[in-house]
Design a protein around this ligand. Structure first.
Ligand code: BG6
Length: 301
């Protein structure tokens, strides 16, 4: 399997595949512009660090566990074909099944600027069909360089329309949650998932002093994480996404989760997720496709 992947999709000096101790297969990318790793299960980007930064930009918990059928804590989990709890089936996993099932590599290559491109396709099975009985292809392309670009395409290959919720649930590495600000969502409405589900309006930049779990709706704008400790800004620009989820578990919830990196790994991450959720679910008409694109860029200040 590994040999076949390396023969067909490996790129000398840039992209190779290896098996983790858990038996999961990981794509390792390292080029002149940046490095990244991606687990084929879940098409789960785990790490990304541009060469211009001394600290990774994507956060992976030091207690992240890799296991068949389990989501990895950190990186960029792919939430699809629903976001959060399933609308009617409480036994279906939160955030959909895409992040815990096998994906297969379908293409790799080098961009003109030297960045490395890798495309994966979700592998359907009886288990996925039982939860999502629609004909479709779901592809994720990652382009790893000085920026990180992720493109998720849902193609409806069937004869009837379907509706999806989705997110690239990216964990970003920060100096400390108490001292960062997120801009780009000023004046937006959001569903506040802490203490019930209330619709509120964002006043000014976002700063953090407790558990924060918000789904901003009708927001296509670029978001920026301002990080004075790490002396950088992380820019998150997107298209095909009208919701932005901002999440930090804070101490109590983090302690209960058990894989956030004790004692205070949670302080060094914030999720700014590019999504289509709640008011912004997407109807993918029969025979059409929908693409969500996000590009991350770190700027030293
Ligand atoms: C966020 C949700 O997107 O993901 C939160 O808004 C949730 O409610 C968080 O707690 C983490 O989810 P999970 O399933 O990866 O633990």
């Amino acid at each position: 399997m590994i040999t076949a992947l390396n023969t067909q999709f490996g790129i000398s000096g840039q992209l190779s595949f290896c098996e983790d101790a858990s038996g999961l297969i990981v794509a390792e990318i390292n080029n002149a512009l940046g490095s990244a790793s991606l687990c084929l299960q879940g098409a789960h980007l785990m790490t990304w660090q541009p060469k211009s930064q001394s600290v990774p930009v994507v956060w992976l918990s030091k207690d992240a566990k890799m296991a068949a059928g389990k989501s990895i804590r950190g990186g960029a989990p792919v939430c699809w074909p629903w976001f959060g709890a399933h609308a009617t089936q409480s036994s279906f996993s939160g955030h959909g099944y895409a992040r815990t099932v096998p994906w297969q590599v379908i293409e790799s290559g080098t961009e003109p600027n030297g960045a490395t491109r890798l495309t994966l396709r979700l592998v359907e099975s009886e288990q996925t069909r039982a939860q999502w009985p629609h004909d479709c292809n779901v592809d994720l392309t990652v382009i790893v360089g000085d920026t990180l670009r992720m493109e998720m395409t849902t193609e409806n290959t069937g004869t009837s329309d379907f509706v999806i919720g989705e997110a690239l649930h990216t964990y970003l590495q920060i100096g400390d949650i108490g001292s960062v600000r997120v801009t780009g969502l000023e004046g937006c409405e959001y569903w506040d998932k802490v203490g019930g589900s209330n619709l509120r309006k964002q006043d000014g930049a976002i700063s953090f002093a407790g558990e924060t779990d918000r789904v901003y709706i009708n927001s296509a704008a670029e978001c920026v994480i301002h990080d004075e400790q790490l002396k950088r800004r992380i820019h998150i620009a997107k298209s095909g996404s009208l919701s932005t989820v901002v999440w930090t578990p804070w101490v109590e919830k983090a302690n209960k989760m058990g894989d956030m990196g004790q004692p205070d790994g949670w302080r060094e991450m914030v999720c700014v997720e590019s999504a289509n959720a709640i008011d912004n679910l997407v109807t993918v008409a029969a025979g059409t496709r929908h693409t969500l694109i996000v590009e991350y860029r770190a700027e030293s200040v």
